[in-house]
Ligand binder design. Structure first.
Ligand SMILES: [Fe+2]
Ligand SMILES: [Fe+2]
Ligand SMILES: [Fe+2]
Length: 424
């Protein structure tokens, strides 16, 4: 679900690929294990696409710029990296790496040819293309089943291996190509999880799950690498200063990781725009706390985080968003996130401005105390030890490549001072 909202035009794409790929595996008499691998690789094969090239879906392929194409071509390796970090699913990494290899050798990233491409990757290739063709794009309607099958027939031996092409076309003639049904997907998800994950394997820890989600959120915007983790760590430190109970600290820790979940739904071009934002674009940005909170509200084990996430951009003086709450009407957890979020945003490079020094950022928080921030929370923030700050920011927030790119992009844009205060 989270992948779907991260991908915009790719909504439900992963589940569609998963259902079709695992059915193809069954028709090819593959083992139950192989079908389960196909299913999970189908869901996750495009997770590396987050933040890479949303514009790629707004244009027909031939008109894509070389830069957009180059970015798209990075995604199998990024997906491979991301899957390697998911406990119990690491073994899918090689398969996911190869899901854009073409039978005739013109695919990527390795240009493998024919039988050198793992059979399961050939199946994913076909399932991926058919699923994409059956969904609408801004520049074309969804193709009918017959139109998609005709493309598969013509691409056999080119994009697709002859074996998987034959099996798909025979399924098509027999009316056995599954349409997409979310209910069927969920049932298969339960069944294949039992196959792929041995019963003795412990479930993901909360820490692991949050890391995976936070990586996904931060991957959306190259300027925010590690932001979620740092906000979580700072928020916990402030909670300790305030002497808050353990249960509240835990909410802060988890909601720090997830506070920007809604950004997955904000177009990348808006998040990384260097100059002034249009009203529509501001609307998108301002929607992210609500989008994130609404999404969390649908996940029973994370529902208790919705308040902190929904209100993390409220201001003490009532000038924030989305609700314009004032003072103690704002949940304390959200007040704490607001200070930590603003601090980390200020000391990180963003598309629209350079990083500020920690001293500068602290001064700014002091200046905004009582307007933007609860003075008591700002006070507690100042009490956090130097060692904690040093530990939290030990890894450089942003790679130098992005710093120079940000400077170049700003030079191309009429710079406008108001963007200094953008801290989303
Ligand atoms: Fe892909
Ligand atoms: Fe944030
Ligand atoms: Fe935010």
């Amino acid at each position: 679900m989270i992948m779907g909202c991260a991908q915009g035009y790719l909504r439900d794409h992963g589940p569609r690929v998963a259902v079709l790929a695992s059915r193809l595996g069954r028709e090819l008499d593959l083992s139950e294990d192989a079908c389960a691998r196909l299913f999970f690789a189908g869901v996750l094969s495009d997770m590396g696409m987050v933040g890479l090239a949303e514009d790629a879906w707004e244009h027909p392929r031939p008109t894509l710029s070389p830069e957009a194409r180059a970015r798209v071509r990075l995604h199998p390796e990024r997906s491979q990296e991301a899957v390697r970090r998911i406990p119990h699913l690491e073994s899918l990494a090689p398969l996911i790496r190869s899901h854009h290899e073409w039978w005739n050798g013109s695919g990527y990233p390795d240009g493998l040819v024919g039988e050198r491409i793992p059979e399961e990757a050939r199946i994913l290739r076909l399932a991926d293309t058919v699923s994409a063709l059956r969904q609408p794009r801004p520049h074309r309607r969804a193709l009918t089943a017959d139109e998609a099958s005709e493309i598969v027939r013509r691409s056999g031996g080119q994009e697709f291996g002859p074996g998987v092409t034959r099996v798909f076309l025979s399924m098509d003639r027999g009316g056995r190509v599954p349409g997409y049904d979310p209910q069927v997907y969920r049932t298969m998800l339960g069944g294949f999880a039992g196959t792929l994950l041995p019963e003795a394997v412990p479930p993901l820890s909360a820490q692991q799950l949050l890391r995976i989600l936070a990586d996904l959120i931060d991957a959306k915007d190259p300027y925010t690498a590690g932001h979620s983790r740092r906000v979580a760590a700072l928020a916990v430190a402030v909670a300790e200063q305030l002497g808050l109970p353990g249960a509240v600290t835990e909410v802060l820790w988890a909601s720090g990781y997830l506070h920007d979940l809604g950004k997955l739904r904000v177009p990348l071009r808006v998040l990384t725009k260097p100059g002034r934002l249009s009203d529509d674009e501001v609307g998108y940005i301002r929607a992210h706390p609500v989008l994130g909170a609404d999404l969390l509200g649908t996940i029973p084990t994370l529902r208790h985080l919705t308040h902190a996430v929904r209100y993390h951009h409220e201001r003490w003086d009532g000038q924030g968003y989305p609700a314009g709450l004032r003072r103690d009407r704002i949940p304390l957890t959200a007040q704490i996130l607001a200070v930590c979020d603003a601090y980390d945003a200020m000391v990180s490079t963003r598309a629209y401005r350079d990083a500020r020094s920690p001293d500068d950022a602290l001064e700014e928080i002091a200046r905004c105390s009582g307007m933007h921030f609860n003075p008591r929370v700002a006070e507690a923030f100042f009490e956090v030890s130097e060692e904690t700050f040093a530990a939290v920011h030990a890894d450089r927030p942003v790679s130098p490549r992005f710093v120079s790119e940000a400077q170049r992009r700003r030079a191309d844009t009429a710079f406008d001072g108001t963007t200094m205060m953008r801290t989303f």
